[in-house]
Design a protein around this ligand. Sequence first.
Ligand code: FAD
Ligand code: DLZ
Ligand code: SF4
Length: 507
Amino acid sequence: MSVLRLILGDQLSHSISSLEGCDISKDIVLMSEVWDEATYVKHHKKKIAFLFSAMRHFAKELEQYNYKVEYTKLDDENNANSFRGEVNRALKKNVINRIIITHPGEYRVLKDMLGWEKEFGIPVEIKADTRFLSTLENFADWTVGRKQLRMEYFYREIRKKYSILMEDSGPVGGQWNYDAENRKPPRDGLNIPSPYSNEIDDITKDVIDLVKNIFPDHFGDLEPFYFAVTRDQALQALELFVEKRLSHFGDYQDAMIEGEPWMYHSHIGFYLNCGLLLPLECAMAAENAYHQKKVPLNAAEGFIRQIIGWREYVRGIYWLKMPEYAKENFFDAKRDLPNFYWTANTKMNCLRQSVMETKENAYAHHIQRLMVLGNFTLLAGIDPKQVNEWFLTVYADAYEWVELPNVSGMVLFADGGYLASKPYAAGGNYIDKMSDYCKKCSYKVKKKNGSDACPFNYLYWDFLARNRQKLQNNYRVGMMYKIYDRMDDNKKQTISNDSQFFLESIK
Ligand code: FAD
Ligand code: DLZ
Ligand code: SF4
C-alpha cells in the first residue's frame, strides 16, 4: 500500500507540504501536463513552455533524490487530460490507499478535488500550502471586526511576525513604509541592467517544439525563450536582481520607458508563483542586501512589502471571497475587450507598447498592468470577466488567486471597494509624468478634448460622470466631482461626445 502524492505545475518546491513524510521506497509522486490546465484559458505560449519545462526539470530533480515519479507529458498517448483523470489512471496502475495534495492555488481546482474522496473511495488529504507566510485561517481571523481591510496594516503584522526589517519593537528606520521616497519619474541616462537570461537545454527545446505544434493559435511569442526553469537558475535570477536592480527598485517602481520592459523590477513573479523561489527567501535576500549597505532602505522595504504584504494580502482576499469574487461587477461594465489587447494595433502609444511587450515576454511590470492596461479597461467600462480572462492568459506569473484580486479589486474596483479604497482611475497626465510614451504618441496628452486629445483625458471624466451614483460618496473621489461640477454644460457634453465617439471606434 502506498500514498499517491500529486504535485501541480505551481507546486515545484522541494519543501512542498505534499511531500512531507514521503516514503520514497513506495510512495508515488504524480506530475502531469494536462490539456485542461493548458487550455482553461488559452495561456501565452511562453507561459506553457516555461511551466512544462520547469515541471520536467523538477521531476528530474525528484528522481535524482530517488522519489518514484510518474510523469505524464502532454503528448503521451494515455494522457487523461485532467488532474482527476490522471489520478484515476495512477490509482488503476498502482496499489494506493491514500492521496495527499497541497492546497491548490485556484478555486476551480479545489472544488474538483473536494469530490475525489467520494469518486475514488480512499482518503484525500489536502494539506495547507506552507510556502505562504500567512495561513488562510490567520488571514480570515485578521479580517474579523475590521470595517475596512487595508494591506498596510496586514503587512505590518507579517513584518512583526517574521521579524523582517525590525529593530527593537519597531520598524527599521522608524517608518513602516517608504513610498513617499519612491516612484520617481524616469530620467535621461538611466543605465538599466540586462535581465536574467539562460541558454536553453534539451528539455526546454523539446517543450518549445511541443508548444509550437500543439498551441499555434495561443497568444504570444514563444521565442526567444530566456526564463529560468530550475530552482538553481531562479536563485541566480534573484541574485542578479538583488545585485543589479534592487537599489533602484523603489525610485523607479512606477517608471515606464519605451523599449525597456524590465526596468528595475525583479521579474521573479513567475518563479515565486510556481514554487521555484520562496517568498521568505526573496524578502530576506533584500533585507540582507540592506543590512550589508548594498541597497537603500526605501528600495528594500518597497520590494519586501510587495512580497510579504501585497502578495499575501491578495491571496487572503481571494480565498475569503471566492467563488463570489469572480462574479463581481460593481459598475455593471459590459463593453467587450477591444481587439487591440491582442494585436497592439492602436494609436495609443502607451497601450501599444504595453501590449507588444506583453506579447513578446509574457511579462509587463506592475505600473503598465495597473495604470496603462488596467486603467484603460476601467475607464472604458470593459466587462470584468473579459478583463480577467485577458490578464490570466497573457502573463507567465498569472494564476487566478493573484490575478483576480489585482484585476477585479485593484484595477476595476469591481468588488465595490473591498480591496482598494478607491478606483485607480487616472487621465493621461500620470502616464506622461511617469513615462516617455506620450512623446511618441499620435494623441496629445495635454489636450483634453477633440479627435487628437489623449483618450484617457476625456474617458476619465466620462467614467466619473457615468458612475456618479456609485462613487460620489467615496471620500477619496468626492473632490473630483467638485471639479467636474464646476465645468460648464458645454464642456461636459464635449466630454461625453468624445468618449462615445472613441468607444464606438474601438468596438
Ligand atoms: P516586482 O515589481 O519586482 O515585485 C516583486 C514581487 O512582489 C512580484 O514578483 C510579486 O510576487 C509581488 N507583487 C508585487 N505587486 C503585487 C501585487 N499587486 N499583488 C501580488 N503580488 C505582488 N502578479 C502576479 O503574480 N500574477 C498576476 O497574474 C498578476 N496580475 C496582475 C494584474 C494587474 C491588473 C495588476 C495591476 C497587477 C498584477 N499582478 C500580478 C501584480 C504585479 O503586477 C506583478 O506581481 C508584478 O508585475 C510581477 O513582476 P515582478 O516579478 O517584476 O514584480
Ligand atoms: C498553468 C498550468 C498549465 C498551463 N499547465 C499545467 C499542467 O499541465 N499541469 C499542472 O499540473 N499544472 C499546470 N498549470 C498550473 C495549474 O493551472 C495550477 O496548478 C492550478 O491552476 C492550481 O493553481
Ligand atoms: Fe497614452 Fe495618452 Fe500618452 Fe498617448 S498621450 S501615450 S494615449 S497617455
